[in-house]
Write a protein that binds this ligand. Structure first.
Ligand code: ADP
Ligand code: MG
Length: 297
């Protein structure tokens, strides 16, 4: 059985042993990792300041990471002993780190990874992390935490669209996911209202996209319904008169298609629960949204 413990300086000896064990088994990087220079003292100091996680399997320490308190919760020295790999220990550490970020009130998490370790980069990408910047072989990977909302009535759903419109600017992309009738178009109507655009936002049954120009000198709203689209090539080829960089683009049924339009986006999922109540999850992706208060709290 694997347990993940939130630890302080009292477990420094175990944590430094895991760091040394995990990093010794890795290829030598350029510039080399300084993980092997960590001592019990340096790790104790880091743990005393910010805490960390220790993974224990059948009583044996097998994985660890150190936290760094910033605007986002930083993760460093993430390591799992070679013998314990492939048992999901790293995933358990990632999940617990996310829970700690939420508890401590951080908007998300950030870590540094090396391009020379593509499996590590892919691991974090599978856990929702995306690259936000790169200096030579060093990547910063970031995951912003989703916001969950309960929307009892259609008016609540439009009101959220209106509120979100206040933080949007040209070039922003929203990808909407949810079954038929979940409220994707209803939400987009709120966006249109908040942005002050011309024309009523409706389900575009026969057209794939519609452009609503601004009536207030702001960005236009491009409303796409990708329900009938086959693949992303078609979405790229959309013959939009309006420049996507200048407009706010909303793509219903866009998951798996519209990501190609921008590395920065809001992923919005609507779910219809009992009594017509909707739940909405908003996950910001990319550097565009770092430090941005969506005003949904
Ligand atoms: P989609 O675009 O996801 O297919 P629509 O927004 O077109 O969904 O339709 C949602 C329907 O459900 C509308 O008729 C709306 O009035 C109704 N509805 C009921 N409760 C809600 C709610 N809480 N939020 C959004 N829509 C709701
Ligand atoms: Mg719709």
């Amino acid at each position: 059985m694997t347990e993940i413990l939130e630890v302080g300086a009292e477990r420094a000896a175990d944590v430094v042993a895991v760091i040394h064990g995990a990093f010794a088994g890795r290829p030598v990087l350029d510039p080399p990792s300084t993980a092997l220079e960590e001592t019990e003292e340096s790790v104790a100091a880091a743990l005393a300041e910010n805490g960390g996680l220790l993974a224990v399997h059948d009583g044996q320490p097998v994985g660890a990471l150190l936290f760094v308190n910033g605007e986002l919760l930083g993760l460093r020295r993430v390591g799992v002993l070679t013998d314990a790999r492939k048992h999901g220990v790293a995933s358990l550490l990632a999940e617990r780190a996310e829970a700690v970020a939420r508890q401590r009130g951080h908007a998300g998490l950030i870590l540094e990874a090396r391009t020379e370790l593509p499996k590590t980069v892919q691991f974090w990408q599978r856990h929702g992390y995306t690259e936000v910047d790169r200096h030579g072989p060093q990547l910063h990977l970031q995951r912003l935490l989703p916001t969950r909302l309960t929307l009892p009535t259609p008016e609540d759903t439009t009101a959220i669209g209106e509120r979100l419109a206040a933080v949007l600017r040209g070039g922003d992309l929203m990808i909407l996911t949810g079954d038929l009738g979940a409220g994707k178009t209803t939400f987009t109507q709120g966006l249109g209202k908040g942005l002050g655009v011309r024309g009523s936002v409706t389900s575009p049954t026969f057209v794939i996209s519609r452009v609503h120009p601004s009536l207030v000198g702001g960005p236009a709203l491009i409303h796409v319904d990708a329900y009938r689209l086959g693949d992303s090539a078609e979405l790229d080829d959309l013959d939009l008169d309006t420049d996507v960089d200048q407009a706010v683009t909303v793509v219903e049924w866009g998951s798996g298609l519209a990501e190609a339009l921008s590395t920065d986006r809001l992923e919005i999922t609507l779910h219809r629960a009992a009594d017509d109540v909707r739940t909405m999850t908003v996950t910001p992706v990319g550097a565009r949204w770092t430090g941005v208060d969506l005003g949904l709290g």
